[in-house]
Design a protein. Sequence first.
Length: 90
Amino acid sequence: KDDATPSFTAGPSSMPKQTVTVVLAQKAMRFIAFGSQFTDVTHVVPAMRRIYLVSRGGADGNTVLFELREKPLTERLDVLVKKRMFEWAA
């Protein structure tokens, strides 16, 4: 008779997610530039005009490095126009 009890580990999809929000603050305005959910965020590092986010949300809880970078001006304006935020795009 085998007395071993099975062990279960939580996969990345069952781990609680954290919301990461990047806020840009300038003299005349302040707005949310990015928002998303990540699993088990361990580090957020601003470097080289980019933001790097380290998470343990990969397959089997592996560590994953995400790079958040700024879109070109034309793409940012297109997003604002698509969201009908004409005053912000002007």
